[in-house]
Each structure stands twice: as C-alpha cells, then as structure tokens.
Design a protein around this ligand. Sequence first.
Ligand SMILES: Nc1ncnc2c1ncn2[C@@H]1O[C@H](COP(=O)(O)OP(=O)(O)O)[C@@H](O)[C@H]1O
Ligand SMILES: [Mg+2]
Length: 360
Amino acid sequence: MTEFSSDAAIWVEGLKKSFGDVHALRGIDLSVPRGTVLGVLGPNGAGKTTAVRILTTLLQPDSGRALVEGRDVVREAAAVRRLIGLSGQSAAIQEELTGKENLEIIGRLHHLSKARSRSRAVELLEQFGLSDAANRTAKTYSGGMQRRLDLAASLVGGPKVLFLDEPTTGLDPRSRLGMWDIIRSLVEVGTTLLLTTQYLDEADELADEIVVIDHGLVIAAGTAEELKSRVGGDVLEFTVPDRARISEAVSAVAALGESEPHADKETGVVNVGVGGRGSDALVEAVRGLDAVGVRTQGLALRRPSLDDVFLALTGHAAEEEEELNGKRRNARSRRRGRGGPSGPDGSGENSDAAISTAAS
Ligand SMILES: Nc1ncnc2c1ncn2[C@@H]1O[C@H](COP(=O)(O)OP(=O)(O)O)[C@@H](O)[C@H]1O
Ligand SMILES: [Mg+2]
C-alpha cells in the first residue's frame, strides 16, 4: 500500500475491476507526484485502459480508491472532470467537423466565451502544427494529425492532470517522434501526466517513473534504468534458420550472459542479456557460433524492449492469453495491433462524452 501524500496528483489504492469473469484490474496501487510523468507499461490486455477509464471517471471500480488532486474519482467525479484531460484510445474528435470547429466546440463545453474558444483553438492548432489544416474536416487528417488534434482537444480546458492512453500506438516512426516532442513540452509547463504504453523505449523517453502491469497487477515499478538493469543491460539477439540447431546455438552463447539465453523454438530467435559488454559480447558470440558451425541471421545488439523486461520479470514473454471457446489461445500477435475492446458493457460504464460535457 502507498501512503497518501499531499504532493500526489494521482493516488490509487487497491483498485479492482472485473468484466464478468475477466479480472481486468486485480488490485493496483500507484502514486504520481505533482508535475511528474508516470509511464504505465504493459502489453495489450494488461488493464491499462481500464485503469485510465476509472481515473477519468468514465468507469466505476468494483473496489479500491483513486484520488486525482485529492478528489475521489467516484464520489467527486464532477470535480475530477474539471481538473483532467484525456486523450488516446477513446478519441474525442468528430470527423465531420474541421480541426478548428472541434476545438471551438470543446471550448464552449468548457464554458469558455465564443471569442475565447476561438482564440484558444487557434493557439492550440498552432502549437500542434495543425494551423494549415485548421479548416479541413478531421476525416481528411492523417493518423498522426488526428492524434495531435485529439491531444489538443484534451488541453482546451487547461487540465492539471493529463491522461494519455497509448498516444503513439499505430503511428509511423516520424509522427511518433513528433508526438514525443509535444508530450515533453506539456511536461515542461508542469502538467502531471499519466501515460500508458506498450513500449519500453517510449516510457524510457518520457516517464520519470514506470509501473509495469500484467494481467491487472503491478509486477514492477521504478525508473527506466532500474527496469533495464533487471534485464541486464543490452540484449544480443539472432535467428537460427535451422531450428534443429537452436540448442547448440544457445550453448555457444550461454557463457556471454548473466542469465540463461532465451530461445523461441518456433521463430528460431535467440536472445541473451549481455550487460554493458557491448561489442565485446558481439565478437565473442560470432566466434562461439562459428566454432560450432551454426549459421545465424541478423546477429545484433539492441536495447531492452518491453518483451525483455517481461522475460526478466516473469520468465515468460509479454503474451496475452485469452479464453476462447474454452481453449487457451495465445494472442501475442494482437499486441502489435491497435486498441483494446470497445463498446459499453453496461456495468458501471459512463458516457465517453462525460468529460467534455460535465465541465462547468
Ligand atoms: N468493457 C469491457 N467488457 C469486457 N471486457 C473488457 C472490457 N474492457 C476491457 N475488458 C477486458 O479487460 C482486460 C483489460 O483490458 P484493457 O484495460 O483494455 O487492457 P489494455 O488497455 O492494457 O490493453 C482485457 O482482457 C479486456 O479484454
Ligand atoms: Mg488499452
């Protein structure tokens, strides 16, 4: 349990939420000091969006407590809504309206005057590099532009605490970097941020502290450096095209790692944490594999990913298993896809429009 501290912009204790027999959150604790960024890192299905929906008053928890700026998200939901912004998987953009109209309407919902709504829209479009597209309907925007508009929309009311649910999932690398710059500039002005992501590098870039969640539980917390050190520094990775020789390859590189190499027998991918030994490890690996005559592809060193962190923490990859027709099905491939489930389930679900319309 985390003691409540008055510097906490977000404070959560024992949060639980189930959908039928799916236990989306199984008791989450967290605390985010004012003016800092918390990265909530986890694979698809981990419970990230459920947590964000509860913290932004769109969904009620089954048990536990959550406070935003000291206000209870259930009992003081209206007050919480006035303090927060939300952007991400439940996009608030109306595609038939122009970028400018979208922002102006949200300004009006926040009870800004007509003139103030207009000037705020212009200001935000400028800040997000959308001035040239201001008078085009949002449906003509690229994915990256729509995300920027959605983020701009969440800032119209000048939120103290901002929730970004997978702000870059599905974006191309350039738009992703652009989004990172924008997010950094928000932090500079002192906004508290809770950001969910499936990518360790994103959490690494943007977050002060990271919590890793899996199957509705916090399985690790710390800085990016602390999490990466659990992996043991850089990762050496290669593919063995001849699957029959994987175990020989594993033995050949076993001495390099501080932990056991991990081999995927289906894909032929072998990886091993090699600490800070960098290119020395690479040279030794080449020699070792050469000595036993195992051919490999794509031998390289890389920074740890979420998968590596998962492997180090749990002994299994960041996989999502789901119950389907009574059978356990491995749905790992879905991790790379966009979004989670959508649509109301009728249990404690509030309208997505609640945040914009409830502001007063
Ligand atoms: N409205 C819902 N109805 C039923 N199951 C849901 C609903 N929302 C989420 N879930 C389930 O809860 C789990 C966590 O989902 P979610 O919070 O969306 O995870 P993430 O955002 O980390 O991908 C998943 O197993 C998901 O299928
Ligand atoms: Mg999600």
